[in-house]
Design a protein around this ligand. Structure first.
Ligand code: DC
Length: 224
């Protein structure tokens, strides 16, 4: 198979990371979780005592901070100025504040540069986020857009958090997911939407393996 980029976009909790990681493995490609870059900037701002809504200060902070995304096996390791932040970027407070970073075009364009630099190092990349097919990799070889019922997405996220020993009320989590959907879809800067040439997959009743198989069918049909 030739070098290629595959984009997977969709809302919170739809299973993008799981599917992207599995697909990358099948295709000997590198997996890029772009949400991690938004989360890393959010965390770095919070750690520096900067209001994530203060775009000018966040931009200055980004200029003097080194963000690194490295693969160690299946895990995308995130460091901020050399310090491991892989787990810390998943904190609920970061999830809560990430919309301030994701909603700012100047900050997004800095992160898009980082995402493109990362992808340029590899022949094959499976990248996931909200704007990968629409804005960051408009020429990707294959574009997928995942959807799932919000209750089902909440159930999956709840299961994940419970397995990680983190307790959260289902209704609270459902509300958080609905609020993230609204801010991802309604922002003016690179909102969450399918690219016109994306293939939509409703994953409500399909598990991750089934979604990956469906993607492989599409890829193999084209690549022969
Ligand atoms: O995928 P995630 O939940 O880790 O992403 C965290 C937030 O980052 C998400 O709510 C919106 C933002 N994001 C984005 O705006 N564009 C991307 N390509 C990826 C994530």
């Amino acid at each position: 198979m030739h070098p290629f980029t595959i984009t997977i976009d969709g809302p919170a909790g739809v299973g993008k990371s799981t599917v992207a990681r599995m697909l990358a493995k099948e295709l000997s490609a590198v997996f890029l979780d772009t949400g991690a870059s938004y989360r890393a900037v959010t965390l770095a701002a919070m750690n520096a005592g900067i209001d994530p809504a203060d775009t000018v200060s966040v931009l200055e902070m980004m200029d003097r901070t080194v963000f690194e995304f490295k693969h160690t096996g299946d895990v995308l390791k995130v460091t901020i100025d050399g310090r491991d932040a892989t787990e810390a970027i998943r904190q609920p407070q970061v999830t809560e504040n990430v919309k301030f970073i994701a909603g700012q075009p100047q900050l997004r364009s800095q992160l898009v540069i980082l995402q493109k630099q990362f992808a340029a190092q590899f022949d094959r990349v499976v990248t996931e986020g909200r704007d990968q097919g629409t804005v960051v990799f408009p020429d990707a070889a294959f574009k997928f857009f995942l959807t799932a019922d919000s209750k089902e997405r909440t159930r999956r996220r709840h299961e994940e958090l419970t397995a990680a020993g983190k307790e959260i009320d289902f209704a609270v989590l459902h509300k958080q997911i609905a609020s993230r959907d609204a801010s991802d879809k309604n922002r003016t800067a690179s909102p969450l939407k399918p690219a016109s040439d994306a293939i939509g997959i409703n994953t409500t009743d399909i598990d991750a393996r089934g979604v990956v198989n469906r993607m492989l069918e599409v890829i193999n049909a084209k690549n022969g």
